[in-house]
Ligand binder design. Sequence first.
Ligand code: MN
Length: 268
Amino acid sequence: MTRTILLTNDDGIEAPGLEALCRRLRADTPHRVVVVAPDTERSGSGHSITLGQGLEVKEHAFEDDAVTAWAVRGTPADCVKVAFRQLLENPPDLVISGINRGANLGTDVFCSGTVSAAVEAAILGSPALAVSLKEYEHPDFELAARVAVYLTLLVLDKGLPRGTLLNVNVPAGTPETVRGFALARLGGACWLNEVERRLEPCGRVTYWLTSRPDGIVDEPGTDHAAVASGLISITPIHIDLTHHHALGELDGWELERAWRSLVGDGRR
Ligand code: MN
């Protein structure tokens, strides 16, 4: 059965990672591919959306004319919203965000436009994959694209629990050097975990968000540790961010009694 797969990303509609993924999906699956992606790079945009102004949407000529593509002057989350509510006649069977140039691991998923697009898809009710390649300088997306297609077929076959996406990070390398899959939990911060004070030539002081990769803690079981050891990390992420254990602990705060002492017993 032919399914509809929506592709998006945060590197922009002309990014090689998106093209590589699209090419593999078209070559290896019978499914219909629709691209709705930002017209320019929006890396680090997180789940931000555009309010108070209209979103310009333009049809985009993709190298494969069997692929319908739209470029949106907006964020990755905007793209998914517009695709679901206006551009697609039905919700897609799967949304894939990527393939991102650079990893999206640990708490960095909160700043990642790549992951946020997949989160938005999960919020709107479709299963989703966020796929990133841990190589920024000289990315070769071929293996990551094959991994994405494999996981696409698996998710289309088995489904995902509602409100769930898979965050997938592929280490740089070849089928000979990459060692396999690892189910992993989110680790700590990776990129942009430092702030550097700089004196600009004009004499002004500015603060730069920078990375200190040696500051990453590769605890066992985390996505960081998996990718560092040459494994493809797969982390299921759910849109319910509630810390359920903490809910029970907060119960001990006796908030009802606190409220009564806050407002007094004399209120109506
Ligand atoms: Mn990016």
